[in-house]
Design a protein around this ligand. Sequence first.
Ligand code: HEC
Length: 206
Amino acid sequence: MAAIGLKGVGVVLGAIGLMTLGAAATSSAQAPTSPSYTADGKLEFPKGYRTWIYLTSGMDMSYVEGPQNTGVSMFDNVFVNPEAWASFQKTGTWPDKTVLVLEVRAGQQNGSINKRGRFQTDRVGAEIHVKDTARFKGGWAFFAFDGEKPGQLLPTSAACYSCHQQHAAVDTTFVQFYPTLLPIAREHKTFGQGYLADEAAAKASH
Ligand code: HEC
């Protein structure tokens, strides 16, 4: 009797285990990777973005001429939601509801066994570029975040929009710096006019 009883318990526990596994699998598959907004138009911070597709890391990138800043380094890491990434593989451009996250992390030299170069430490900021054609004129919008609080929509007069429009390779995103996507865009011929003009000018000046 006791043996049967224990076996019974085992079956029940097993079933609960499976149910929990099932629930976990569903919830991670359904974890919202499409943009979600607050009632006052802020963008919810996509807390799971670190499990999305990684595109690049830039270190101390600067878009204006000027002295190198020494001592302090900043890294940026770019991630995109997996659905948009899958679509880009087929088309060489972004679908509606694309969410690109740029996080900024401090760079540090002294730590542990490190003697040269720099490694990444704390996140010091995050910005998001989102494509939502029903919501934004021009299709895309930028949001700035304070920690993981809902992010503020940046006005179209902000410099973000003009630089991305004029210089970014594909659909106002900087695919020229995302090495796994650049060949796909080239193959699908999805480069924007501004980027092609920049490339032509760079060639001519060399
Ligand atoms: C002078 C040009 C310039 C301006 C101004 C600019 N960016 Fe960017 N942005 C870039 C470049 C270059 C990259 C690629 C970064 C990399 O390769 O790591 C980038 C990448 C991004 C990305 C990653 C997704 C994408 O679109 O490629 C986000 C998000 C982003 N910028 C947000 C902003 C926001 C928000 C502002 C305004 C506050 C802004 N940017 C202003 C040049 C610019």
